[in-house]
Design a protein around this ligand. Sequence first.
Ligand SMILES: Nc1ncnc2c1ncn2[C@@H]1O[C@H](COP(=O)(O)OP(=O)(O)OP(=O)(O)O)[C@@H](O)[C@H]1O
Ligand SMILES: [Mg+2]
Length: 407
Amino acid sequence: MTFSPKQQAVLSLLRNGGFRRINIFEGSVRSGKTWISMVVWGFWIAGSPKGSAYLMAGKTLGTLKRNVLEPMQSLFGSAFSFNIPKKEAVLFGRKIYLEGASNSESESKIRGMTLMGAYCDELTLFDEDFFVMLLSRLSEKNAKLFATTNPDSPRHWVKRDYLDNKTLDLLSVKFTLEDNIFLPREYVDTLRREFTGVFYDRYILGKWTVAEGRVYESFSRACVIPSKEIARRFSEDPPIFSVIGVDYGGSASASAFVQVVFGRGFRNVYVVSEHYDSANRSAEVLISEFTEYARRACGVFPVAAVYCDSAEQLLVKSFRQAVRLNVKNALKRPINTRINLLNRLISAGRFFVSEDCPHVVEAVEGAVWDESDTHRDKRLDDGTSNIDSLDALEYGLERYERELFGL
Ligand SMILES: Nc1ncnc2c1ncn2[C@@H]1O[C@H](COP(=O)(O)OP(=O)(O)OP(=O)(O)O)[C@@H](O)[C@H]1O
Ligand SMILES: [Mg+2]
């Protein structure tokens, strides 16, 4: 196994007892944090008591599995196994509990445990109460916690209460893209181009930066094109399929449907049609409007799926009954994940909106960060900007991150 110089420096901490009670590996995307954290976690556990209890947590069990457990399987082979339904894993004969840490209820799941060690994937996405409880459960002598994270707002609790707190027994190691010598140069260059604004500062430079100003800084009129031009491009280069994203309006918000077409090879993304209704008369009206919209949308491109706001299960069910389409719940991934995905497409010149979709154009153009929220990033949602079209658009896009960015 080979390591980057930064990773070797981290490994040497293992030999000379340099790790503290809390150890946080933070910094840029793809910088080698998770990789080395898994190796450290493995070596550390192998040298820790067999009879003790250990825990690994991620925002959800699903992300933990994808980000860490599956890679650990290829790293450690038969020395590591996991069972998601049982929420258990075994590494070098040590039993590890698995847990999701996304909301305040998750804190109760670890109450009463006595732990020797813990591993946290993407710490800034954790519920703060969960983390406080976790630290209190790490009560064995020499107990340790290892965590990885990308930077967030400087006001985030991870930064304010832990990384900046000099009184804690805490070690933080900062990684930047340059530290990962294993990435092809072109890939690093592409990443640098795709991230802009606050995401560039955080994910490329590894800085804890406040989100201010426009959310989609690189979106300009150049991204808005006539439907005739879209039709011309599609006749030259037929697209793969389309999806519809749906956001249901509440009392103060609108209902929005957005049709997104994926170009060949998932290269470009086109918003080709929209429906926007701020009147929200009744569920019946909404269902009939959707039926009509879906019929027209299918007439233009095959619709592979419809992704609906999962907060309104009754409406999702009604939509499912109303049309012969694959109607699913939206994933509703964290807001920054969704924003970053669209920003990457825009910065790379891969995102286009038809002139026939003024609400989507206005929504992307007008979205600004809510600077009054002191703890976490929020898109301003006070009725002055159109969040509904953005939600619908992102529900359509978020499922295809892998295909779009070849992860
Ligand atoms: N020591 C290594 N040997 C071989 N490949 C490596 C090594 N370290 C990192 N890599 C490669 O670099 C990629 C990115 O590393 P890693 O997943 O650790 O990044 P990360 O800092 O956790 O990024 P993110 O913030 O995006 O989660 C890995 O998927 C792997 O392909
Ligand atoms: Mg990682």
